[in-house]
Design a protein around this ligand. Structure first.
Ligand code: IMP
Length: 429
């Protein structure tokens, strides 16, 4: 009975890929449980950068099993391209990838609708990744979704596409788009199904049996808490539950299996896409942070919005997810800033609040506490004690403000540039 969840504690892009890659050494299998190819998990190994969108970040460990669970939405063409790239490097050998037959399929029609809606929304655009995520989850909730298992059964797939086209065609026409050819889509999807036959399977039974054998399962979140459809900055969110509760529904494991939830946060905050961001830095300060942290989207290449660490939002994430520890990434990026600000509260219409409200986030004025910065390069530090005193004070203050211990600190993109790595499975309650 041993499962650990890794979640994003901000608006995504916290560096989950690197942390999951490191934790994979302690796990037997790594499971993606939500979202789809909207995610971009960046890994840097031996100086080489790799971005994964659908396959779990455990993929660089050839002896581990990678699972894409029922709660995800899978673009089969993107999956095929990603697996081919990994296999060409000798990774993801036979049996090392299982994609749930229950997972929803992202159809080309979903991507079309996502793009048309964004194009037509003007100032109201969400700034989605245009990967068809919202429309795919709409079909799932509308009980007309195509699932990965359907790609292997021609009659069933044809029937489902019928329903699907009936539902989307009027919307596409209304949005001024051209309805794609249903028969061509059917043929293409059946081809993709054939190419993916060896990886589509019953991940739910696989995970249950693995847990019964005493194996260790690492559940990998995508996106972040503030993008959660229930707990995030709605409606500027993704359409899934990236939070730890989503790990249970999305992988098919009960909460009693999960003892440890590691929240990943940057040492500052970023966001891509539209929506409220109370601690955003406009102007040169934000630009400096963006350049120092190479803050450009791994999936879309869009510049990320940058700002100070928001301890109120982080404490909210710790509570929503039940985090037992935090991993703090990109601490090295803060080097050279004379003073650092941490948001410790908000002011809303003249009143101080210490929690994240459901609405009116645009009207919040952050209340900052100022801390001393540091000049030293952190990239070669390998122990907390090797960090400058000001950096240690910054960490200690975060722990105090969010009521959660920081048990891992990342000081650079490489695997080795990580401080205080401990086996997350060894810290179970
Ligand atoms: P969607 O998930 O493509 O529908 O996009 C909805 C919102 O989530 C947009 O603001 C995206 O920028 C954001 N988003 C989706 N995936 C990621 C991610 O992996 N990292 C950061 N933001 C994301």
């Amino acid at each position: 009975m041993s499962a650990v969840v890794v979640i994003g504690a901000q608006w995504g892009d916290e560096g989950k890929g690197k942390v999951v890659d490191i934790f994979t050494q302690y796990a037997d299998a790594v499971v993606r449980y939500a979202g789809g190819a909207n995610a971009g998990h960046t890994l840097v190994v031996d100086g080489k950068k790799m971005v994964l969108h659908l396959v779990p970040s455990g993929a660089l460990h050839p002896e581990k099993t990678c699972v894409v669970g029922p709660g995800t939405v899978v673009d089969p063409a993107a999956l095929l391209a990603e697996t081919a790239a990994l296999r060409s490097q000798g990774l993801l050998g036979p049996g090392r990838l299982i994609v749930s037959d229950r997972a929803q399929v992202v159809l080309p029609i979903h991507k079309l609708v996502d793009g048309l809606r964004e194009d037509g929304a003007g100032d109201g655009a969400i700034g989605t990744t245009r990967r068809g995520i919202g429309p795919a989850y709409e079909d799932k909730s509308g009980r007309r979704g195509v699932r990965m298992g359907d790609l292997l059964v021609a009659d069933r797939l044809a029937q489902k596409l019928e329903l699907n086209w009936a539902s989307w065609a009027p919307i596409i026409e209304h949005l001024g788009g051209e309805v794609p050819d249903q028969q061509a889509a059917l043929a293409e999807l059946l081809e993709l199904g054939k190419a993916l036959t060896d990886v589509i399977g019953d991940t739910t039974s696989y995970i249950h049996q693995a847990l019964e054998r005493g194996e260790r399962i690492l559940l990998e979140g995508a996106q972040g808490t503030l993008l959660d459809v229930d707990h995030g900055t709605y409606p500027f969110v993704t359409s899934s539950n990236p939070t730890s509760g989503g790990a249970c529904t999305g992988a098919g494991v009960g909460p009693t299996h999960i003892d440890t939830v590691v929240g990943i946060t940057k040492a500052y905050t970023t966001r891509v896409g539209a929506g409220p961001f109370p601690t955003e830095l406009h102007g040169q300060e934000g630009e400096d942070l963006r350049q120092a942290g190479s803050e450009f989207g791994a999936t879309t290449g869009r510049p990320r919005r940058c700002g100070w660490l928001d301890a109120v939002a982080l404490r909210y994430a710790v509570r929503v997810n039940g985090c037992t520890s935090l991993a703090l990434t990109k601490m090295d990026v803060l080097t050279g800033l004379k003073r650092l600000q941490i948001c410790v509260g908000y002011e809303l219409n003249g009143t101080r609040i210490d929690s994240v409200p459901a609405d009116d986030l645009d009207a919040l004025t952050p209340i900052y506490e100022e801390l001393e910065g540091w000049e030293e390069d952190l990239g070669s530090a390998r122990d907390i004690d090797e960090l400058p005193a000001a950096a240690r004070a910054y960490l200690a203050r975060i722990e105090e403000l969010v009521h959660c211990p920081v048990t891992l600190v990342s000081v650079g993109p490489g695997r080795a540039q990580t401080i205080a790595v401990t086996d997350p499975f060894a810290t179970q309650k």
